[in-house]
Design a binder for this molecule. Structure first.
Ligand SMILES: [Zn+2]
Length: 316
């Protein structure tokens, strides 16, 4: 009997060697996964995610006109397949998004990408640049400051039109595995340095000790290394921008605390920027403790709407 078994084994091994399938590269073997409007994303949290609840919440937040199909690839890795450029762009441009106070980070798939192996570690934010002195309100400053914070994407179209604004807004792509930046020093040659301070719109939970997104200070690894009374918190709630919706409620859109002036055009050329060198003493830093700034993060499973579309991945 052993001999017969050995023979079968030999045959099957031979078959393995002589078999094999070969396809032309352009042939679609997987039923043609349509990567045109796909995002792959994960939530910045160690908590487990209720997939059913999450997909209804995200669909309710996004309201994609042509629907979205959401597939769970791993416990915390999801594919979001849209059916139109308009819908996917609205989600990309409207980021950051949260579900149950957990930040969604995502990447748009490129053709041929395997969603399981796409690196997801960037997040786009609107950042407000506060305390810029007159003469520095320029597109060039926006770009250079943006590239210091992360990667500059765009400048708010309203930055340089109309009346004086207290701050400029820029869209920046940030690395989520690096601490968020607090401020940057700028000067013109011949004058003194000053700090431009950053406020982040709709920023989710971040750590006031290490400056990383995705955990609060009580879950920071640094509290295991340093006695609690020696812990320094260089970051704080002043880095959260007050939601603009709330500004409307308080009337600050219309109320002025100082005289409106036209910004003087910034002169190009003799600008200096730096990240270090000035005293890093931020004790007594101004700013108010803003209330929870993320109106998008609400969890609205109750509204089971039609935007979510179940179905076979890749199917039409
Ligand atoms: Zn931390």
């Amino acid at each position: 009997m052993d001999e017969l078994a050995d023979q079968y084994a030999a045959i099957s091994l031979e078959e393995e060697e002589s078999g094999g399938l070969s396809y032309e590269a352009e042939e679609a073997l997987d039923g043609g996964i349509d990567t045109r409007w796909c995002l792959v994303g994960r939530f910045l949290s160690d908590r487990s995610i209720d997939f059913e609840k999450m997909q209804h919440s995200m669909a309710t937040l996004w309201k994609p006109g042509k629907g979205v199909y959401i597939k769970r690839l791993e416990p915390n890795l999801f594919l979001f397949q849209f059916n139109h450029e308009v819908d996917i762009n609205r989600v990309i441009e409207g980021s950051p998004w949260t579900y149950d106070r957990m930040q969604l980070v995502f990447e748009r798939l490129k053709e041929g990408d395997n969603p399981r192996f796409v690196e997801i570690n960037k997040l786009d934010f609107w950042v407000q640049l506060h305390d810029l002195q007159p003469g520095f309100m320029s597109e060039r400053v926006c770009k250079e400051v943006g590239n210091y914070i992360g990667e500059f994407l765009e400048s708010d179209g309203n930055n340089f039109i109309g009346v004086w604004r207290d701050y400029l807004r820029i869209r920046v792509r940030m690395q989520i595995d690096k601490p968020i930046k607090r401020h940057m020093k700028i000067k013109k040659s011949g004058s003194d340095w000053f700090w431009v301070n950053f406020k982040y719109e709709h920023i989710p939970t971040f750590c006031f000790i290490c400056g990383l997104l995705g955990h609060a200070e009580k879950f920071c690894s640094k509290i295991f290394e340093t006695p609690i009374h020696e812990i320094v918190k260089p970051y704080g709630p002043w880095m959260k921008a007050i939601p603009r919706r709330q500004q409307y409620l308080t009337g600050s859109k219309w109320l002025r605390s100082s005289v409106s002036v036209q910004p003087s055009p910034a002169k190009e050329g003799d600008l200096t920027m730096g990240a270090a060198g000035m005293d890093e003493d931020d004790s007594g830093k101004k700013g108010t403790a803003n209330p929870e700034p993320n109106p998008k993060g609400y969890d609205s499973v109750k509204k089971r709407r039609v935007w979510y579309r179940g179905g076979k991945f890749g199917g039409k």
